[in-house]
Design a protein around this ligand. Structure first.
Ligand code: ZN
Length: 234
């Protein structure tokens, strides 16, 4: 039987929106051949003007250091999208290759929503791997295109040796209460039809793949019960 190349998943809370108790999070995936893959990088060190609702907590650099990793040990950053609470430290990882949906990267180039932290995500093209739609990045790690929150948003499906299949919805489904077939749009997404289609796509995926754990993007209630770095899923 072939074994998954993905061996560990770490979860870290790197910031929050205190008023709404919303956690800002990112993830580290490790493989059996020694790769360190970061999924998102959290808030920027200095918050852009107008983003006073967000506060940094123990940031991604500190949390990685606590398990013996330097920024240069990160070889890949899966960028789910370029919102400031997800791509805020991309520029700190100078050895990493960034993996992003082509539709998202192209949209971001002219979308003012992503202008604040452009210096973080607008890296030399030789360091950016553009992908189109659902993509198996390596055995046990699939990118799932889930537009709606933003064009070309991506979620991540992981297959771990013991924990089984884990879905990171990211901002396609930020809160568990929204993960239903009759999801009502709350008006916060630019494309309500697309967010609904993406929610249904992920619900279908969960049924088909017998996914044991679905981790929502910003769900404080769920987050309390999850393992956080230095603990991990394996
Ligand atoms: Zn978010």
């Amino acid at each position: 039987m072939s074994q998954s190349a993905v061996t560990r998943l770490y979860l870290m809370q790197v910031g929050s929106m205190p008023e709404y108790q919303i956690p800002i999070v990112c993830y580290l995936v490790q493989t059996n051949d020694g790769r360190n893959i970061l999924i998102d990088s959290g808030l920027p060190e200095i918050m852009p003007e107008g983003e006073a609702d967000f506060v940094n907590e123990r940031d991604v650099i500190e949390q990685l250091a606590s398990i013996g990793l330097k920024p240069d040990d990160i070889d890949t950053i899966i960028s789910t999208h370029y919102d400031g609470d997800h791509a805020g430290r991309h520029g700190s990882f100078t050895k990493a290759q960034y993996v992003v949906q082509r539709a998202h990267h192209l949209d971001a180039a002219s979308n003012p929503r992503f202008a604040d932290i452009r210096s973080q995500w607008d890296q030399p093209m030789e360091r950016i791997q553009l992908v189109d739609g659902d993509t198996e990045l390596l055995p046990g790690l699939e990118l799932i295109e889930t537009s709606g929150h933003v064009p070309g948003h991506q979620s991540v499906l992981l297959r771990l040796p013991q924990s089984g299949t884990i879905l990171l919805t990211i901002d396609a489904v930020p809160f568990g209460e929204g993960f239903t077939r009759d999801v009502q749009d709350d008006g916060s997404n630019p494309d309500a039809a697309a967010i609904r289609a993406s929610t249904l796509k992920l619900l279908d995926l969960v049924e088909r793949e017998h996914i044991g754990l679905v981790i929502f993007g910003h769900d404080s209630e769920q987050w309390k019960g999850l393992k956080k770095l230095p603990a991990y899923y394996e």
